[in-house]
Design a protein around this ligand. Structure first.
Ligand code: ADP
Ligand code: MG
Length: 252
């Protein structure tokens, strides 16, 4: 089984970037190497990993137009285990076209250097998310336990099916990661139950990710979630377990 994993949802703010980077943080903690591919023109994960998307010379946009990925990927500010294929604003016009399998070919050249390649998607189901799925072995949908977030899951699953059908027979919907789960909320509990009924219990990855101030703080301070000692120990352990799950999935 392959090592390329796409994290997606057409909704913004659900935690795609947070999940991609939390997994990268857990990987680094375990001494594993990951490449984060930032396909969001907003460049959030690029920025959190210590680079300014506006200053990046070679980005995922150039890789989509045939620049070798080895020229564009860089070690992040998080240390040698976490590498990044950065975003740039030049990705924006790419969300309206382009060769859907170019990224797949590019990542195939480097994926065996990493324990996983994690693609962070823009909040849309346009051609960048389609390119991410065409390049991936596994798709993971990130949701919040809210009505609006869950309404979009069907459309994401449809895109996964479409890309599987037209470009990538190896693509597998690996499951759903639930983020921003509040400590006590009847509404969130009901939405969680609704999700497990809709996608099936086994498709929902455990554990779910709690809503915690330190998660937001780590993103804002551009640091790995594991860097906050006892303040982040609970959330860091959640990401450790999700990383272990992802490793099982990618090993098949
Ligand atoms: N579990 C969480 N607890 C608290 N804040 C969170 C959590 N997950 C995400 N956030 C915050 O929510 C915002 C949106 O998250 P982000 O990962 O950027 O979403 P997306 O990539 O889907 O647009 C960010 O400010 C982030 O810090
Ligand atoms: Mg994001």
């Amino acid at each position: 089984m392959g090592r390329v994993v796409t994290v997606l949802n057409q909704k913004g703010g659900v935690g795609k970037t947070t999940v991609a980077l939390g997994l990268a943080s857990a990987a680094a903690q375990a001494g594993h190497r990951v490449l984060v591919v930032d396909l969001d023109p907003q460049g959030s994960s690029t920025w959190v990993l210590g680079l300014d998307p506006a200053m990046v010379e070679l980005s995922a946009a150039e890789v989509l137009s045939r620049t070798p990925v080895t020229k564009a990927m860089l070690p992040s500010a998080w240390g040698g285990e976490v590498w990044v294929l950065p975003s740039s604003p030049r990705l924006l016009p790419r969300d309206h076209g382009g060769n859907p399998t170019r990224l797949r070919d590019a990542l195939a050249e480097v994926s065996d250097q990493f324990h996983a390649v994690i693609i962070d998607c823009p909040p849309s189901l346009g051609s960048l998310s389609a390119a991410a799925l065409a390049a991936a072995d596994h798709a993971v949908i990130v949701v919040e336990p809210s009505a609006l977030s869950l309404r979009g899951v069907g459309a994401v699953a449809d895109l996964v099916d479409e890309v599987w059908d037209s470009h990538n027979p190896d693509l597998e919907l690996a499951g759903v990661i639930v983020n921003k789960v509040p400590a006590v909320s009847g509404e969130a509990d009901r939405r969680y139950d609704e999700l497990t009924r809709t996608v099936g219990k086994r498709a929902v990855w455990q554990p779910v990710i709690p809503q915690r101030v330190v998660v937001n703080q780590a993103i804002g301070e551009r640091r790995p979630i594991h860097a906050y000692g006892s303040r982040s120990a609970e959330v860091a352990e959640v990401f450790d377990r999700l990383w272990a799950k992802l490793r099982r999935v990618t090993k098949g």
